[in-house]
Design a protein around this ligand. Structure first.
Ligand SMILES: [Zn+2]
Length: 261
């Protein structure tokens, strides 16, 4: 069998089936909720903050016909991580965007962090953060399982190639979105420092669509916490993420158009 040819043909087929030329369906996932408050420092509660930013972002996306938006939660309620993934899969969302706020033992830690899953070994800080955000639902063995490895050899060749292409596509799209996000943050001199990281967060490891987890700032940093609770700053965060999503959508549409020519 001619594998490179088969791989190219299947790749073209995947692009043809790509929904990017249509409205991009985004599953917005405000982290935590209900009994799980997430990080709490001073008057700031992670579950509330990320819900507010998500709602503002939802409003922007809902007004734009290029997007379709669904939320994993719209109020302060309990929602497990597997339920969030199930919702994203069930609605066949094109993109999964999870919002969280950070906490660190060092009060000086600051900035926005964008996480995606790329199967490379994550650094220790990122692993620790992932274990916090994963609400300890996973033991270390499971964390290891979702952070790498696959079983291509056990599957049929075609199935393995399709899966490989799908994973490559998911990975490059997730990376493209994180790059669009850092670009938007980079154009604002007053914006918090933005970094791309990777860690085996449950929600971005288990979803099969491109996915990104955004840590919107550090609640443990007094200056950042003060900004995070203000509606103005929340609007700014929502607007920045929206601008990055617009740029991502445009790039994906151009990419699809070029691939078909
Ligand atoms: Zn969180």
């Amino acid at each position: 069998m001619n594998f490179p040819f088969l791989k190219r043909s299947l790749g073209a087929l995947l692009i043809l089936c790509s929904p990017s030329a249509f409205a991009l369906h985004i599953m917005l996932d405000p982290g935590h909720g209900g009994v799980d408050t997430g990080a709490v420092y001073g008057g700031a509660k992670e579950a509330d903050l990320v819900l507010k930013v998500a709602q503002k972002l939802q409003t922007l996306l809902a007004k734009d016909e290029k997007f379709k938006v669904t939320m994993t939660r719209t109020n302060d309620r309990n929602l497990s991580l597997p339920e969030r993934v199930k919702m994203a899969e069930g609605t066949k969302a094109d993109l999964f965007v999870s919002l969280h706020a950070n906490a660190a033992s060092d009060q000086r830690a600051k900035g926005v962090e964008f996480f995606f899953q790329n199967n490379l070994p994550p650094d220790e800080d990122a692993l620790f953060l992932a274990s916090q955000e994963n609400q300890m639902v996973l033991n270390s063995r499971e964390l290891h399982d979702i952070s790498g490895g696959d079983e291509l050899s056990k599957k049929g060749d075609v199935a393995a190639i399709v899966e490989d292409l799908h994973r490559q596509n998911r990975l490059s799209s997730s990376l493209r979105l994180t790059q669009a996000l850092t670009q938007v943050w980079g154009t604002d001199n007053n914006a918090a420092q933005a970094t791309i990281k990777q860690a085996p967060f449950y929600v971005i490891s288990k979803t099969t669509m491109p996915s990104v987890l955004i840590e919107i700032g550090f609640l443990t940093n007094p200056r950042e916490a003060k900004k995070l609770v203000s509606a103005e700053y929340q609007n700014d965060l929502a607007q920045k993420i929206y601008t990055a999503l617009q740029s991502y959508k445009e790039k994906m549409d151009n990419h699809t158009a070029k691939s078909l020519n």
